[in-house]
Design a protein around this ligand. Structure first.
Ligand code: URA
Length: 150
């Protein structure tokens, strides 16, 4: 399962997560470990598009939190990849920065959580793609350890 921040313009129009430019990069990231989008579940921390693409506010994150927890409960993912600061901080209840969180494995009620950089951040900072590639390889190793990719 991949968890992002919230819908942007394209996602708002289509009602689906990660369908814009960042979404196209997320598709490539997923494919980099031999998976397809259909193999994973993609969700967002906030369910409505913040006006002018501003960052989600604390009360908005709190209002949406029960929904993402229900999604996790329903999907029962083996691994959650938290995309970017908002997803990682919200799921892990921390204020640590994504730079400090990535490269580590966390536990959320028995589910492994791997934080990595958000694809929109990668579009602006392509030199960080290598780090995300390392995180994806880590996810693949963990999937293999826990009984194949299925
Ligand atoms: N960015 C996100 O965090 N989520 C989306 O669905 C699209 C872009």
């Amino acid at each position: 399962m991949f968890v992002g921040e919230g819908p942007g313009y394209d996602e708002d129009v289509q009602g689906r997560p990660f369908v814009g430019r960042a979404g196209q990069l997320l598709t490539k990231i997923i494919q980099s470990i031999g998976l397809q989008r259909e193999d994973v579940y993609i969700a967002n921390i906030v369910k409505c598009r913040p006006p002018q693409n501003r960052n989600p506010e604390t009360d908005e994150i709190e209002a949406c939190h029960p929904f993402v927890l229900k999604q996790i409960e329903a999907i029962q993912p083996r691994i959650i990849c938290a995309l970017g600061t908002f997803a990682a901080q919200t799921l892990l209840k921390t204020i640590e920065k994504i730079t400090a969180l990535r490269g580590r494995v966390f536990d959320l009620g028995g589910v492994k959580v791997i934080p990595t950089y958000h694809p929109a951040f990668l579009l602006r900072n392509p030199e960080k793609k290598r780090a995300v590639w390392e995180d994806m390889k880590h996810i693949l190793d963990l999937l293999k350890e826990t009984g194949g990719r299925d």
